[in-house]
Design a protein around this ligand. Structure first.
Ligand code: ZN
Length: 356
């Protein structure tokens, strides 16, 4: 009997079975290997997360301590991001144009320094007659001042009247045109000569009365007697009130005794100038005339240290923005909610006053 073919077939079947088993074993081995690798990776992942967590925690605690220099990336991320978000919407950009140089309550008009008043600028002159309060007198119905000065004048004399029951202060001079100053100047030169006359009256174009921020005053009593402002206090002490209180309302004695070499104008106890509330108080406190105050403000530029002071519950921050000969406009950044005023110095820059 030839069993060989059967045997061969049996052997072949055995071989195929073995081969299948071997193949299956290989697949199982590969799967097991894969599972092992996956498990190892998972373990590494867990360890890595744990390690990362343990690095983060001390980094976060150091971030809250400002003196530490550790973990700079984390501190950088946690401190700068919120600052950028809160700063941007809280700030405003203010554009200041060249025309502003000759406008505002701090403009300096002076013969001595050659600072002429700019008649080209728009003015908002208001006639005192019909617009003034009933707490003081006027010598003429033609007198005019700018709105800001008139409002401050009304407030000041209303306070005086409330305190004393007196309304004898009288405005004798306010805004003047070039032609009016020309005729005053000519008459002074005629009376006192060129040298003395030019000290007593400003050249036309160089009087601060042109600005609408200046007033001359006297006292005119109910019985029809007039007194000069300087000596009225000797008649009745209530008439000295103006010298003690004007600064509270933004007015300064513009040409005081002992400052003639600085102002170029002799002592004028009747002449007051509106400069604004905080400024007037600071100037009085530090015995500065406008020329000296303007000079001082050069030391407090926008990009440097600002002048700060407080008066009557208000904090003031003052700084100077220089304008070069070619500067057409300047930009400054202020807090969005800032209350501010801008005034030129009538020469080479503007003064910004932030109050709160
Ligand atoms: Zn005057």
């Amino acid at each position: 009997m030839d069993f060989r073919p059967d045997m061969d077939a049996h052997l072949a079947a055995k071989k195929r079975q073995y081969a299948r088993k071997k193949k299956r074993g290989k697949i199982i081995l590969i799967i097991l290997l894969c599972i092992t690798i996956a498990a190892v990776w998972a373990l590494i992942g867990v360890i890595a997360v744990r390690l990362a967590g343990s690095v983060d925690r001390p980094a976060q605690t150091t971030a809250s301590v400002p003196t530490t220099t550790a973990a700079p990336v984390v501190t950088g991320e946690t401190t700068t991001a919120p600052v950028i978000q809160t700063q941007a919407p809280d700030m405003q950009t203010v554009l200041i144009e060249k025309e502003q140089l000759s406008r505002g309550s701090l403009i300096l008009v002076s013969s001595l320094l050659g600072r002429a008043y700019d008649f080209e600028q728009e003015s908002d002159l208001v006639t005192l007659y019909g617009n003034k309060s009933g707490s003081y007198r006027i010598s003429s119905t033609a007198l005019q001042l700018n709105r800001e000065t008139l409002d401050a004048l009304n407030t000041m004399f209303d306070a005086y009247y409330a305190e004393t029951g007196n309304r004898d202060y009288q405005i004798t001079q306010a805004s003047r045109t070039f032609e009016q100053q020309q005729s005053i100047y000519d008459s002074y030169l005629k009376t006192y000569g060129v040298e003395q006359g030019s000290l007593l009256a400003a050249q036309p174009g160089y009087s601060e009365h042109h600005s609408g921020y200046a007033i001359d005053m006297n006292v005119y009593t109910a019985t029809g007697i007039s007194h000069s402002l300087a000596t009225a206090g000797e008649v009745d002490p209530i008439y000295s009130w103006i010298y003690e209180n004007a600064a509270k309302y933004g007015f300064v004695e513009r040409y005081p005794e002992g400052k003639t070499t600085v102002t170029g104008i002799t002592y004028e106890p009747w002449h007051f100038r509106y400069v604004g509330r905080g400024h007037a108080a600071y100037m009085e406190e530090n015995d500065l005339v406008l020329e000296e105050y303007i000079a001082l403000l050069y030391k407090y530029p926008y990009d440097g240290k600002h002048l700060t002071f407080a008066y009557d519950g208000v904090s003031y921050e003052v700084f100077f923005v220089p304008f070069g000969a070619e500067t057409e406009a300047a930009e400054i950044t202020l807090r969005a909610d800032a209350t501010y005023t801008i005034s030129g110095n009538n020469w080479d820059g503007v003064i910004v006053t932030v109050s709160k």
